[in-house]
Design a protein around this ligand. Structure first.
Ligand code: PEP
Length: 264
């Protein structure tokens, strides 16, 4: 399999005011200083209120801006919601769909996630589709079954390497400081790749990036980002401060360089 360009994506969740944009200035400067821009794609998904300002701030840099959710309709009587074309119009290039917090707190089912992902694709956005098991499901040995089912149910029609990314995010690892073993992560990523192959064909599946997310920190990034089949990370808490995210980006940069130098 060819080496995929990794994606380091930050999810700010419901955090960040205008003053937080100073972190993006620091991030931009750190990425330029470290020369990381060619080695990976970098995306920050702030709250919708900051998308337009952040998009202006990152212009001409390797940083892209994404959103955290979208409605499945392009417009209409949906008070408080934001559509995919609106996100694109604000400067977003991508949108996270099916994050476990949306699934748990807003009752989003796989079919809702799929509809949102399809709306994203129709608006020219890349869809970052999240899947992952709860602690209870892992405890019952259902991880592969749950992740496989979520993937099949949430994957948008027309998904390909250019417009879709999968994020494996075990629910119990998000914001807890806990992570699966490297073997467990590798096993789930292998399953996701296999399922993508069955759904989209092996050629397409090989080119789709599969991120790991859940308590990725500067301290564990090097270990997590070098797991076979992991093509980057979706990062919550540690994406809020440029200092932490730069440390993770540096870890990704080092592992990418190592993989490039490796034989075969
Ligand atoms: C997330 O919310 O997508 C996430 C991975 O959070 P954290 O990195 O804080 O665990």
């Amino acid at each position: 399999m060819t080496q995929l360009k990794p994606l380091i994506a930050g999810n700010w969740k419901m955090n960040g005011l205008t003053a937080s944009l100073s972190e993006i200035e620091a991030l931009r400067a750190g990425i330029a200083e470290g020369g990381y821009g060619d080695a990976m794609d970098i995306l920050i998904c702030p709250p919708a209120t900051l998308i337009a300002a952040m998009a202006r701030l990152v212009e001409g840099s390797p940083i892209g801006v994404g959103a955290q959710d979208c409605h499945f309709k392009p417009s209409g009587a949906f008070t408080g919601d934001i559509s995919a074309p609106m996100l694109a119009d604000s400067g977003a290039k991508a949108v996270i769909v099916g994050h476990s917090e949306r699934r748990a707190q807003h009752g989003e089912r796989d079919r809702d996630v799929k509809a949102k992902a399809e709306a994203a694709l129709a608006a020219g956005l890349q869809a970052i589709v999240c899947v992952g098991e709860t602690a209870g499901e892992r405890g019952m040995g259902l991880t592969l079954e749950v992740v496989g089912r979520q993937l099949q149910g949430s994957l948008p029609a027309g998904a390909g390497a250019a417009n879709a990314v999968i994020a494996y995010e075990p629910v119990w690892a998000i914001g807890t400081g806990l992570t699966p073993t490297t073997a467990d992560i590798a096993e789930v990523h292998r399953l996701i790749r296999e399922r993508l192959g069955a759904l989209l064909g092996a050629g397409v599946a090989e080119q789709i990036r599969i991120l790991y997310g859940g308590s990725v920190k500067p301290e564990n990034a090097a270990e997590l980002l070098t797991i076979r089949g992991v093509n980057g990370a979706l990062i919550g808490g540690a994406s809020l401060l440029a200092r932490d995210l730069l440390a993770i980006i540096a870890a990704q940069g080092t592992s990418a360089a190592r993989a490039e130098g490796a034989p075969g």
